[in-house]
Design a binder for this molecule. Structure first.
Ligand code: ADP
Ligand code: MG
Ligand code: MG
Length: 933
């Protein structure tokens, strides 16, 4: 074939790349960037630029934008242009400061700070005091007239640089430091004097040499380049990846790097460093909230090396600084129209701002802050409705302690910090890995409470699976507190009366020792810890009232309906209370598991002829009918989508292996053992020990007959109704008799009969005909008609492709995205945990496709199915009834493709309502979802 040349106009013009500005300077009262540029500068860089432009006291510096990080990811290094712009910015900074990086009598020192678009607390790395070496440390000592400070700064640099850049375990340095403290009988890090710190430095350098075979780099410029690249690399570390996965942050964003002149909180007793919030991040109350430490640097406050002091204390020691800080942070909150989380450092009585961002908060706090900010005129309602992440709605449903159940001797402490609300009961684990093992992989996790002196970013995987976190150190801004608030998980932090010994795997409190697996109760709403399993109560009605008010602002924007999955009247009732507008999925088989029915169900399955099967079905009919009456009554005319029998029949039968064992042991069984066996098989017709000999082999034979190698792809769904039409008949009869009965009593009904697992229109025809025939029969017999529809659950790729055909017979579609995900990926949902952890770690899958809809594949099939279905039937009602119906991102997808409704579990209804409203508002107001991430 001849090579084809493109017509002239289509030849791509090889032009120079559009000039990218890689480096943005801030300082001297103005900045190149601004607060809106989070994509380029990251949240931290954008905040520093914005604060500089606002004339706030921010140490000057520059931000290397995220594109450089993406370059680094693509090519394993940055381009020459990045280096060039960085040099220029560094000269500019040196000029402005009248200092040289790591040189001269007054050396410039900088911090090299990570900072991505969305805050990822503690997940990436930062290095302080960069520029120090054996010479500049002496200059710093002389210049500051404070050798202790200079050596303290240098040992911190070696430690941070060693860990972050040279990848030496933190432990290696900690051991040296702790040994020195012990040797000098120093209780706190601040008790070590200049001489001791000098010795620490010498030993740190040995650690570096031993692990890298090189000396600690003395050239300040080398340090800078190495640190910058290490920060770029830290975007790709495991904990950052895990955090992004949990918080649904794009892996491709990259981080910016901020290089900033150091200010020193470790210069003595008039210096310090702290963090705070403009409102209480747990409750949302409008109060100045924070902690600080004098004579400290950087992470000391949050890392728990010393116990921080409440910020109100600062008002006493340094009233002027305190007033200035309050004034600045109030201005910041007014400027950003949101609660701020800030960092500051005081250097010899002078205040510097180092960071500000929209603070992470609990769901309770989010709603309270949003409502109060509307009242204060800071934001309008349309902005307010984005301030609560739909996933955080569950915070309103957290349990409370039953105070009446508490005896004084059960209290282990009542002075922990109320870091993240909710009371939980669980078993103690002491490490994140153990938390994962003990919690298990099933859908229902074993309740474990992760107990640690304090958590670090390495614990993130354990925190994800634990139901609650308890730490003995660290404050309200500590890692544990910040992360659990984001996760909506109960947390008591800084419970100082509890001693945690992670090595011995012990927790001591009130003279009692607790080990792994012991039960405790923690209350993150009040900061208390109790021994044993305390009684819990449902949520607080006052908070619910606030949530209702908030929801009433969001609701008008919602376009897509929200229904609930409910199998029994009680759940239907609950769903309606939460605001469900119908039942999107009633799984009839769940009705058969009740004690009074399972026997008949089993008889039906065991029957090997139609007559016996009909006999058993006849017994089930009145029971199903009364269930449906309950559902229709609870829903008062709202649609109730009832799925006909779906699971493979052998799910209702005993396990093949158990039967085999029981048969083998029957001949030698004692009277007592036989009695137990009779109990085991009573539902199958065993009345006395003598029945077993005949019954068990019969049962085994039937189980063998029904046995399938791939039950998920086997004799189930509409295939059951087609092979045993009498099942479909009985279920239809129960539905229509129930509907007629309810309407005869003056009630309203709207039944939607749903045929599962349809792949071809012929299947639909077959089952639809039975349902319609039975409906007519019932209407004739009872002399009354009711409104009903017959539709299908779309859960096979083929059904999506031939949806136009299927829609000729089906009056509605409901996408069963659990099965559709299984059949699209070829993953078994029940077995995926063997591969999923690896897939997520390796980045092969970004998310569990069973939790959040896979838009590219499964989502595309959904779109195709909808489009083709509506070609045949333009007004086709389309819903979704998989687990995805309660997942905000999936709800947004359903809104976008124009579904009629989503259906989710009753407890997710409010989450879905808010997610749907926010999706609607995003369209209507043309805003980018303004949620705090
Ligand atoms: P993170 O994102 O993990 O909070 P940061 O980059 O904010 O990391 O820095 C870690 C700590 O170091 C913070 O407490 C911050 O205030 C402090 N810090 C960063 N840069 C400087 C600086 N130039 N001078 C003094 N302290 C700094
Ligand atoms: Mg940090
Ligand atoms: Mg910070």
């Amino acid at each position: 074939m001849a090579t084809q040349t493109l017509p002239e106009a289509e030849v791509p013009v090889i032009s120079k790349k559009p000039a990218i500005q890689y480096v943005y300077f801030f300082g001297g009262g103005k900045a190149d960037g601004n607060g809106k540029m989070k994509d380029e500068l990251g949240g931290k860089g954008a905040g520093l630029a914005e604060m500089t432009n606002a004339g706030l006291p921010v140490p000057p510096g520059f931000t290397i934008q995220t594109e450089a990080c993406r370059e680094y990811m693509r090519h394993g290094g940055v381009s020459k242009e990045v280096d060039r712009e960085m040099e220029a910015a560094l000269s500019h900074l040196e000029q402005l400061q009248g200092q040289k990086l790591g040189k001269g009598e007054n050396p410039l020192l900088v911090s090299v700070r990570s900072g991505a678009k969305f805050s990822m607390p503690g997940m990436m790395d930062t290095i302080l005091n960069l520029g120090l070496n054996d010479q500049s440390v002496e200059s710093l000592a002389k210049r500051s007239n404070n050798p202790r400070f200079a050596y303290d700064s240098y040992r911190r640099l070696i430690q941070m640089f060693g860990n972050v850049v040279l990848e030496i375990e933190k432990k290696q340095f900690d051991e040296v430091f702790d040994a020195k403290k012990k040797q000098k009988k120093a209780k706190l890090d601040t008790d070590l004097d200049a001489k001791a710190l000098k010795e620490v430095i010498a030993e740190y350098k040995k650690v570096v040499k031993k692990h890298t075979k090189h000396d600690f780099p003395q050239d300040a410029h080398d340090q800078l380049v190495m640190a910058r690249d290490a920060v770029f690399r830290s975007w790709q570390n495991d904990r950052a990846k895990t955090y992004r996965r949990i918080n649904n942050i794009d892996d491709m964003l990259g981080t910016a790097v901020n290089v900033q002149a150091m200010v020193y909180g470790n210069l003595g007793d008039t210096s310090g460093t702290g963090v705070g919030f403009t409102r209480n991040p747990a409750s949302g109350a409008k109060e100045f909230y924070g902690e600080y430490l004098m004579n400290a640097q950087g992470e000391d406050v949050v890392s728990g090396v010393r116990t921080p002091v409440p910020i109100l204390e600062l008002q006493r020691v340094m009233p002027d600084v305190y007033d200035q800080l309050r004034d600045i942070t109030t201005r910041l909150e007014n400027h950003y129209h949101d609660m701020q989380d800030f960092e500051f450092t005081i250097q010899e009585g002078k205040l510097y701002m180092l960071q500000t961002r929209n603070g992470k908060r609990t769901g309770l706090a989010a709603v309270r802050v949003a409502i109060e900010m509307v009242d204060e005129g800071l934001i309008d309602k349309e902005e307010a409705i984005f301030r609560l992440d739909p996933n955080q709605v569950v915070d309103f449903f957290v349990s409370r302690l039953d105070e009446k159940d508490i005896r004084p001797e059960d209290v282990l402490t009542s002075t922990g910090l109320a870091a993240s609300p909710g009371a939980v009961v669980g078993q103690i684990v002491f490490t994140a890995d153990e938390a994962v093992t003990k919690a298990g992989h099933g859908a229902e996790k074993n309740p474990v409470i992760l107990v640690r002196a304090e958590t670090t970013p390495e614990d993130i995987h354990g925190m994800e699976v634990a139901i609650g976190i308890l730490t003995s150190q660290g404050g309200i801004t500590s890692h544990a507190a910040v992360v659990t608030r984001g996760m909506g998980k109960s947390c008591v932090a800084g419970a100082g009366e509890i001693a945690v010994d992670e090595r011995a795997r012990e927790m001591r409190a009130r003279g009692q020792v607790f080990k792994e697996d012991d039960w405790i109760t923690i209350d993150g709403t009040t900061g208390r810890v109790f021994r044993g399993k305390r009684k819990l109560l449902p949520p607080d009605p006052q908070n619910m009232a606030k949530l209702e008010k908030f929801m009433s602002w969001a609701e008008p924007f919602r376009q897509i309906g929200v229904r609930a999955n409910a199998d029994i009247p009680r759940d239907a009732q609950k769903a309606r209370e939460f605001g469900a507008e119908g039942i999107g999925l009633c799984r009839t088989e769940h009705m058969f598991f009740a004690a009074d029915r399972i026997g008949h169900m089993r008889a039906m399955i065991l029957a090997n002829n139609e007559k016996d099967r009909r006999l058993a079905l006849k017994k089930l009919l009145p029971m199903q009918r009364s269930d449906f009456i309950g559902l229709f009554e609870a829903m008062e005319g709202l649609p109730v989508t009832i799925r006909l029998l779906d699971p493979p029949l052998h799910e209702f039968l005993p396990k093949r292996e158990k039967l085999m064992v029981d048969i083998a042991s029957l001949s030698s069984a004692s009277a007592k053992q036989k009695k137990t066996l009779v109990e085991d098989y009573r539902d199958y017709g065993a009345k006395a020990g003598g029945d077993l000999k005949k019954l068990l082999p019969q049962l085994l034979a039937r189980v063998e007959e029904l046995h399938e190698f791939n039950p998920m792809l086997g004799h189930r769904g509409c295939r059951l109704g087609i092979t045993y039409p009498e099942i479909t008949e009985m279920q239809s009869r129960a539905i229509f008799e129930a509907a007629v009965a309810v309407e005869k009593k003056g009630g309203k009904t709207h039944a939607e009969v749903m045929i599962p697992l349809i792949a071809t229109v012929k299947e639909m025809e077959n089952q639809g005909a039975i349902v319609r025939r039975v409906a007519e029969e019932v209407f004739r017999e009872k002399g009354k008609k009711v409104k009903y529809h017959v539709g299908t659950m779309i859960e096979l790729p083929r059904a999506c492709l031939v949806a136009d055909e299927i829609a000729k017979e089906a009056e509605f579609f409901s996408f069963g995205t659990n099965d559709l995900t299984q059949t699209t990926f070829g993953f078994s949902r029940d077995d995926i945990n063997k591969v999923l952890p690896t897939y997520l770690r390796e980045g092969i899958l970004k998310q569990d496709p069973f939790a959040s809809i896979d838009r590219d594949g499964v989502g595309e099939l959904v779109s195709i199915g909808m489009e083709r279905g509506r070609k045949t039937r333009p007004d086709l009602e389309v819903g979704i009834c998989g687990e995805h119906g309660g997942d905000p991102s999936s709800v947004e997808f359903c809104h976008k493709v124009g579904m009629t409704y989503v259906s989710c579990s009753p407890f997710r209804v409010k989450t879905a309502l808010l997610a749907a409203a926010q999706a609607g508002a995003t369209d209507k107001l043309k805003v980018e979802g303004g949620r705090t991430k």
